[in-house]
Design a protein around this ligand. Structure first.
Ligand SMILES: [Zn+2]
Length: 479
């Protein structure tokens, strides 16, 4: 068979196979090559071939149309600042409603949820003795402010909560500087993040327990640069609330070097504040299933973003993945049996109120959620999925996802937990959950910083992520 014949046959085959979805149309560029086509395929092989063809067609359309990056540009230009509670949140909600209608969701709605309203203010820091050195800092989300003019105190450096506790009174009245680096040797950067992030989440609590007056936390990244990384932090009832800030890694290293030579005093001022909760919304769009519309495959990301950058990766990319997944399925005339529901959650970053409100509002139909997929790892090249299931149930899903091997996204990590913070509430209610797994080596260079912006996102990588979400959602919805 000549190459020409092969291509023509495969194009026709792709048309027939994608016909598993309603109203399928032939591809104009039949570049797909299902690996399993035979003259008399078995039933199982035919099913696999149909899914392989769909997977390849989604990838081809995503790359060719290149709509994902345009959608992301639209989001970050329309609502560059969209932290929950901010005016930008409302603009983002309106943008999302309009975009869902534009792509042709069958039903679009805004579901109310009260969200926190924490606002950033002035944030400055410098060493004041033995000499003046500016420090690039940012308030952690939810921090209380310092007094006007800032706090001036000696700095004590620690690498762990255990080390701090063992110091006894040595941290009393001091700024506690948590300087344990995010470990470099772990290949999975999410795991490395997990190893370092408790300093940020709970540093203020531990600093206060030790009598400290402020928590200063090394930014959670392996990059050594001048960008402080914000992120969520917590207080604990009964323990004093001390201000908490992150310091850029380059400045953390410099401060540590100064401390190695002798005592250092720092002045740090934060003007952040918490105002009363405000009304926000989860934005929900249904792409109705053809046969079992009451059964749902949820795909979601979070619409809110930290305020330093524009949240292009976190989680603008996830928002775009989900919206683009529906657009792509419609573009290849694929309407799966079950409904695919896009949920753009409010307030993932500093509260998870959106996720909790969704679970409460949909408690009556939680058993109708046959699966939930979250994308909140940024817009880099997709590699596969994590899956909450184990054993035979996971094996069946792995087979369903096997066609993703053909687009280099066949990684399948079973027994891997909820797959994301927003769908963790559904995981807790027994819904099988999946998380999009992307190349994570650069993600924490940008995460929660001023440089999480459009320039950090590659248009092809973003489009590939959308195609992979579209495939996974449709395969689960057709299962
Ligand atoms: Zn996120």
């Amino acid at each position: 068979m000549t190459r020409l014949h092969c291509t023509s046959l495969l194009g026709a085959l792709a048309f027939v196979l994608i016909g598993g979805c309603q109203n399928a149309k032939p591809s104009t560029q039949p570049s797909t090559q299902p690996s399993t086509q035979q003259s008399t395929p078995s039933r199982a092989v035919a099913s696999d071939a149909k899914l392989v063809a769909r997977c390849l067609e989604l990838e081809r359309r995503a790359l060719e149309d290149n709509v994902a990056i345009a959608t992301l540009r639209s989001l970050v230009m329309t609502a560059p600042k969209r932290l929950a509670g901010s005016p930008g949140m409302t603009i983002a909600e309106q943008w999302a409603l309009a975009k869902m209608r534009e792509i042709g969701c069958d039903e679009v709605r805004a579901e109310p949820v009260m969200v926190p309203n924490w606002q950033r203010g002035v944030e400055t820091a410098a060493t004041v003795a033995p000499q003046h050195v500016p420090l690039r800092v940012t308030a952690l989300g939810g921090s209380v402010p310092t007094p006007a003019g800032g706090i001036v105190a000696e700095v004590v450096e620690v690498r762990s909560f255990e080390q701090l506790a063992a110091m006894g009174d040595a941290a009393k009245g001091k700024i506690v500087f948590f300087n344990r680096p995010m470990p470099r040797a772990l290949r999975r950067t999410g795991s490395a993040y997990g190893a370092a992030v408790p300093q940020r989440s709970n540093g203020a609590i531990e600093a206060a327990k030790a009598g400290g007056v402020l928590a200063l936390v090394r930014s959670v990244t392996t990059a050594i640069d001048g960008y402080p990384h914000t992120g969520a932090m917590h207080y604990q009832d009964g323990i004093a609330k001390v201000p908490a800030a992150a310091v850029a890694t380059a400045d953390a290293d410099q401060l540590s070097a100064m401390l190695a030579k002798g005592p250092v005093h720092v002045r740090l001022e934060l003007g952040c504040r918490t105002l009363p909760d405000v009304q926000g919304f989860n934005i929900v769009g249904d792409y109705r299933g053809s046969d079992r519309p009451d059964e749902l495959v949820l795909i979601g990301g979070h619409l809110d973003a930290w305020d330093l950058g524009t949240g292009a990766h976190d989680d603008g990319a996830g928002v775009v993945h989900c919206l683009e997944a529906v657009r792509l399925l419609k573009a290849i005339a694929c309407r799966p049996k079950r409904t695919i529901r896009v949920v753009l959650f409010a307030n993932e970053e500093n509260g998870l109120r959106g996720a909790e409100a969704y679970a409460e509002a949909h408690e009556h139909e939680v058993d109708k959620h046959v699966a939930a997929i979250e994308t909140d790892g940024g817009g880099a090249t997709p590699q596969g999925f994590s899956c909450s299931l184990r054993g035979d149930a996971a094996a069946a899903m792995e087979q369903l996802f096997e066609p993703l091997d053909r687009v280099n996204a066949g990684l399948f990590l079973s027994g891997a937990g909820a797959g994301g913070a927003d769908i963790s509430v559904l995981h807790a209610r027994g819904v099988p959950c999946f998380g999009l797994w992307v190349d994570g080596h650069r993600y924490f260079d940008y995460h929660h910083t001023a440089v999480d912006d459009l320039a950090a996102v590659n248009e092809r990588e973003l489009a590939l992520g959308a195609a992979v979400i579209a495939y996974a959602a449709s395969a689960l919805a057709d299962r």
